[in-house]
Design a protein around this ligand. Structure first.
Ligand SMILES: NC(=O)c1ccc[n+]([C@@H]2O[C@H](COP(=O)([O-])OP(=O)(O)OC[C@H]3O[C@@H](n4cnc5c(N)ncnc54)[C@H](O)[C@@H]3O)[C@@H](O)[C@H]2O)c1
Ligand SMILES: O=P(O)(O)OC[C@H](O)CO
Length: 325
């Protein structure tokens, strides 16, 4: 197994910046890539990224807008929104050394193709080794050094272990697995379900309803996971149940915050990436293709697509036939 001494982060948003800090804290040589040269120069000079306000960049992090420089690293973290991953990795691919691990840190499913994040990497950079990192972790918490645990998956177990060693520290604890699909499904579905949780709170339906929604949400996440070949322990682990619990419990989640605003009849928060809004329609298409019933996710997709009012969605969910748990 080659030494993984250097890490590049593609995408200088909130999560990319927090993960650059994680890698620097773990002792790696870190390069943060921002596609906009002016933005890169500003972060390099100020040592602060406005997308992660109030957090000082680790002194060891170099910032670049040169993709060829970023591509030289032993490990790549791809940290763009899910719908931009193909373009970002495609831009990087010609410059990569063969067999470089490219770890998707986005949570979503690609529109049109229904591809998961590692499948997108495999197509956009065929000589890379795709992996995925996901789990309950807010960029702000991670960047402040608060304790966090996530799941890191790639098909080769020895590589998964090595990547965990390269990125892990006392405050950022990745657990390894080879269940790539299980990790991808948890991260994508939890964002959609977090919007539903926010709606429940915004509509003042009560703490009991929130617990019911979260539990039934997990039930449909797990049904889809099983249909797609995910392992039960992954679905009940950090990247599945763990991330669902986090995102369904606090307005610190941008997806929950979107649902909260919708439930209160307010405008959606501006400038905040809510991946679940992009994932909802494609998650429902995927579930339908797999003949998996996902009533909560379907309701979220219909609300966001203006095909259903929130009140009608709630009534529809509450009047479904009684059935075995
Ligand atoms: N913010 C969090 O707490 C958090 C935690 C875990 C996972 N995530 C996931 O990480 C992903 C990114 O989220 P974020 O919070 O960093 O979003 P963000 O909006 O803060 O940043 C996204 C960044 O991606 C960059 N980008 C877009 N297209 C690009 C391209 N083609 N090449 C290079 N850069 C490109 C943008 O310029 C921007 O800087 C999402 O899928 C999200 O679900 C976020
Ligand atoms: O702010 P959100 O809803 O994108 O959630 C961020 C992370 O995915 C939480 O694990």
């Amino acid at each position: 197994m080659p030494a993984h001494m250097s890490v590049s982060v593609i995408g200088a948003g909130a999560w990319g910046t927090a993960l650059a800090d994680v890698a620097a804290r773990a002792g790696r040589k870190v390069t943060l890539y921002a596609r906009n040269a002016e933005h890169a120069a500003q972060i390099q000079a100020m040592r602060v990224n406005p997308r992660l306000a109030g957090v000082q960049l680790h002194p060891g992090i170099a910032v670049t807008s040169d993709i060829a420089v970023a591509a030289l690293a032993d490990i790549i973290l791809a940290v763009t929104p899910a719908q931009h991953l193909r373009a970002a990795v495609g831009h990087l691919a010609p410059h990569l050394k063969p067999d470089t691990p490219v770890i998707a840190c986005a949570k979503g499913i690609e529109h049109g193709t229904h591809k998961f994040m590692t499948e997108v990497i495999a197509e956009a950079a065929p000589r890379a080794v795709p992996a995925i990192l996901s789990g309950p972790s807010f960029a702000d918490d991670v960047a402040r050094g608060l304790p966090t645990a996530v799941t890191l998956a790639t098909r080769d177990e020895a590589l998964a272990r090595a990547l965990v060693q390269a990125l892990g520290s006392a405050t950022f604890r990745p657990y390894h697995t080879t269940d790539v699909r299980g990790v991808e499904i948890g991260g994508a579905a939890k964002n959609v379900l977090a919007i539903a949780a926010g709606i429940v709170v915004g509509k003042n339906l009560g703490a009991s309803a929130l617990a019911a929604l979260t539990t039934r949400g997990f039930s449909e996440l797990a049904r889809l996971g099983r249909a797609c070949g995910a392992r039960a322990e992954t679905l009940a682990g950090l990247s599945g149940l763990g991330d669902l619990l986090l995102s369904c419990s606090t307005a610190q989640s941008r997806n929950f915050a979107l649902g909260l605003a919708l439930g209160r009849g307010e405008a959606a928060p501006i400038g905040k990436l809510a991946e679940g809004a992009f994932t909802a329609p494609v998650l429902c298409e995927l579930a339908a293709a797999q003949k998996v019933d996902m009533p909560v996710s379907n309701a979220v997709a219909a609300i966001l697509g203006d095909r259903l009012t929130i009140d009608a969605a709630i009534e529809g969910l509450l009047t479904r036939p009684f059935k075995a748990e």
